[in-house]
Design a binder for this molecule. Structure first.
Ligand code: MCN
Ligand code: CUM
Length: 793
């Protein structure tokens, strides 16, 4: 597996890129020396457990905590009524809804928080939960989003004044009229309903917190599994009424987030209340079942898609209607103006005249949330929709799916390219990516092999996908979460001995920021990466910013880091000019050092400059700030648009319907790469996600709203056994508006790969007359499809 290069130097990006460097956090993780929330133990620390509803929808008739309070090791038992007295029973969500911290009136999904116990140890806390008596008066449930708006559907959100139905919101994008006209003109129209099932990010580490409220100082420290410590601090301050400057949120090592740790959860607030009440530090760490059943899910989109084209295969328009299941409370993490995330990019990578989509979001008696799981804010759903439609259209036209894509890809000279739904793609060379993919995969040979196998009755499928993502939210004028504009700050300081510390507002959950942010700054300052340290995940130690999700760390904070380093360098140039006894205008930065123009032998490094910068004869700092310090808040001009072309080869066992992924070939372009190893790791992980999503993963419910996937025995996630040897390669089309030309990569492969797998499986099943089958393509579902029976999802 090697990374191949195709450089298209649209903008100068200095020397950034291609550094293959082991992650500096790796030694600590492989030696078991990571420090996660559950590793934190404080003197006198108590343990918190949450009582959760066993039913999906019920009125709480009575709640008796007498026996639990009498448990010898119990220090506090708190109910929704107790919280309501303090105005804490409800909290705002990231999507302008509200969510119960502890239920007061009704429970609205199975696993909802009803009460909590604080005890001397975790076992006693859990034992005491069983002593709490709750009487539930069960109500009808809404499980299927398609039934949520029925006349007779039970009203779930009767807590909201004036609410009479289960509608969460409606949203549309594009031009309905222009799309109608394009459809009317088209020779060919293809229509398909498809379901992207509810799935779960399922990080290895579940969510948790340790709250330590100091009654004397009036200070709260909260260690928690947060992808966005600064935003969480603000939210916690608003909800709890504690002053923001007296709250410190620390996100230590985080064992995977994948979007699961973007929202705030009732458990965090319960831990805070528990600590305030008892005067002790309180730890809450959920178990696997709690994580799968009650924390934020992903996808859950029922989509109706339509595509229109000319007979010779020119796509004219795409249209879609989506029914989005947002669960009991709309706790989706998404920029405020984008309630359906960035689903609006569903025209994908194609030059299409017109497009329109309409999203109807509903409440159901299921866990709240939405969006999470390496989705780039719903682009996972959007990419899947258009890539399935293109394959269906190819089948209808009798055209090869690669050829149909080739005819419709946005041409390189069209960038910056404005889509019919109002997005401006920054850069790309799509035809080259597709050509490279087909060549690397040996596409024609694969098709020949497929024909031979088909003749022998062996179902083999070849699936393609081509995706474009929009990552790096803001700019802040267009994007905010909970009123916070989406921009991020980075601070760089070079100390007298020439070592640097970088402080970032984003928070790694395994992406390797401690290495890659050091690389960005080291490259800009001509320093060794080991001489740069990265501080993150502590609101007391880092500047303000919105955090890590939507693959925004590199596009936003990465830019802030490069610009802050450049400011430091500019200050260093003045010091260098005094050291070199040359006019500042005659000192230039070249090959990692300050050099005198025309006399490049006369040079000093930044480390040499640093000593002088702090010395008695240092020239005054031009901005009155620290000698070699800078703080830059980066408000991105626009999003960055990474893209990729994927090909998947599957074999289907005709006897059992089991799908085996034989090959997976990819071409990705995330602009300038900071660290090839990290980027490759991100892609491998995302491809693995894609195979899991396409073949195995689903959170499902029975008719009573019981969640059927409460453990990793029932919620299957892919392992090394289900994945092939990846065949990845890269292209480099820098982002023209990012200071080092980098685009995000953290979610690309998860977004792009499910369609390739499903397209491959459907392709394999074509001889059986199958034109579509919904994820997850489990053996039983594939087998049913082969028998001509579509199993209802
Ligand atoms: N990178 C690079 N060159 C680029 C782009 C990125 O070297 N051109 C590197 C970055 O420096 C960073 C990593 O790749 O170390 C991912 O960068 P980026 O694409 O900016 O994404 P974020 O750092 O913002 O990470 C968020 C993204 C998301 S939203 C999900 S979901 C996801 C993902 O990252 N969750 C992850 N990858 C994950 N990987 C791990 N191990 N754990 C998770 O929870
Ligand atoms: Cu959509 S999951 Mo990531 O953005 O944390």
């Amino acid at each position: 597996m090697t990374i191949q290069e195709t450089a298209q130097d649209a903008v100068p990006t200095g020397t950034h890129g291609h550094g293959r460097r082991p992650r500096r956090e790796a030694p600590r993780f492989v030696r078991g020396r990571g420090r996660y929330v559950d590793d934190i133990t404080l003197p006198g620390m108590l343990h918190l457990a949450i009582l959760r509803s066993p039913v999906a929808h019920a009125r709480i008739v009575s709640l008796d905590t007498t026996a639990a309070r009498a448990h010898p090791k119990v220090k506090a038992v708190v109910t929704g009524a107790d919280l309501a007295e303090r105005g804490l029973a409800w909290m705002p969500t990231l999507s302008e809804d509200r969510q119960a911290v502890l239920a007061t009136d009704k429970v609205r999904f199975q696993g909802q928080e009803v009460a909590f116990v604080v005890a001397e140890d975790r076992y006693s806390a859990r034992d005491a939960l069983e002593l709490i008596e709750v009487e539930y008066d069960e109500l009808p449930v809404v499980v299927d989003a398609r039934r949520a708006l029925a006349e007779d559907a039970v009203l779930i959100r009767d807590d909201l004044p004036g609410k009479t139905d289960n509608l969460a919101f409606e949203w549309e994008s594009g031009d309905a009229e222009a799309t109608r006209a394009a459809f009317a003109r088209a020779d060919v129209r293809v229509v398909q309903d498809m379901v992207v099932p509810r799935v779960h990010p399922a990080p290895l580490e579940t969510c948790g917190a340790v709250a330590d409220y100091d009654r004397v100082e009036g200070r709260l420290t909260l260690w928690c599994t947060s992808q966005a410590p600064h935003a969480h601090r603000m939210l916690l301050a608003t909800i709890s009424g504690l002053p923001e400057h007296r709250i410190r949120v620390v996100s230590p090592d985080v064992g995977g987030g994948f979007g699961n740790k973007v929202p705030i959860y009732p458990g965090y607030l319960c831990a805070i209340v528990g600590s305030i009440l008892t005067g002790h530090p309180v730890k809450w760490v959920e178990d696997r079942t709690e994580n799968l059943v009650s924390t934020t899910f992903a996808r859950d989109y029922v989509m109706h898609g339509e595509i229109a084209a000319t007979r010779d295969g020119r796509i004219l328009a795409v249209r879609s209607h989506v029914l989005a299941d947002h669960g009991a409370f709309n706790a989706a993490a998404t920029p405020t103006k984008y309630p359906a995330g960035f689903f609006g990019v569903f025209t994908g990578s194609y030059a299409i005249e017109a497009a329109y989509c309409h999203v109807t979001a509903v409440h159901t008696n299921k866990a709240p949330g939405g969006v999470a799981y390496a989705c780039s804010f719903r682009i996972a759903e959007a990419a899947y929709l258009v890539e399935r439609l293109v394959d269906l259209l190819a089948a209808e036209l009798g055209l090869d799916p690669a050829e149909l894509r080739r005819r419709n890809l946005i041409p390189p000279d069209a960038f910056p390219y404005a889509t019919p739904t109002g997005w401006v793609y920054d850069s790309g060379d799509y035809p080259t990516a597709l050509a490279r993919l087909l060549e690397t995969a040996g596409y024609d040979d694969l098709r020949a092999e497929q024909a031979e196998r088909r003749a022998r009755g062996e179902p083999m499928g070849i699936g393609l996908s081509f995706f474009t993502e929009a990552v790096g939210a803001g700019p802040r004028k267009d994007m905010d979460m909970a009123g916070l504009g989406m921009a991020d700050t980075c601070e760089v300081r070079v100390h007298p001995t020439g070592k640097a510390v970088v402080r970032v507002s984003v928070q790694t959950q395994g992406q390797g920021h401690e290495t890659t942010f050091a690389q960005i700054v080291a490259e800009e300052l001509g320093m060794a990466t080991d001489d740069v340290d990265v501080v993150h995940g502590d609101t007391d130690l880092t500047p303000f910013g919105l955090g890590t999700y939507g693959s925004r760390s590199t596009p936003v904070s990465g830019a802030a880091a490069a610009l802050a380093a450049r400011q430091v360098r500019e200050k260093g140039r003045l010091v260098a000019s005094s050291l070199l006894e040359a006019a500042p205008a005659d000192v230039e930065w070249e090959r990692g050092a300050f050099r005198v123009k025309g006399d490049p032998g006369r040079a000093v490094t930044l480390a040499e400059v640093a000593v002088r910068a702090y010395g008695p004869d240092a020239p005054p700092s031009p901005d009155g700030q620290g000698a070699l310090e800078a703080n830059v808040c980066y408000d991105p001009a626009s999003l960055t648009f990474p893209y990729g072309a994927y090909l998947c080869v599957v074999d289907v066992d005709p006897g059992t319907g089991k799908v085996s992924v034989r090959r997976f070939v990819t071409v990705d372009d995330c602009g300038t790469r900071i660290n090839d190893d990290v980027v490759e790791g991100q892609i491998h992980r995302g491809l693995t996600d894609g195979i899991g999503l396409a073949l195995m993963e689903q959170i499902s419910f029975d008719e009573y709203g019981n969640c059927l996937n409460g453990s990793l025995m029932d919620y299957l996630i892919p392992t090394a056994l289900e994945v092939p040897e990846w065949e990845t390669s890269m292209m480099v089309t820098p982002s023209p508006h990012h200071p080092i030309g980098a685009k995000g990569i953290g979610e690309s492969a998860t977004v792009g790969s499910p369609a390739a797998v499903v397209n491959a499986v459907v392709d394999a099943l074509a001889p059986y007359g199958v034109r579509h089958a919904d994820m997850p393509l489990t053996p039983s579902r594939v087998w049913e499809a082969m028998q001509g029976r579509a199993e209802p999802p």
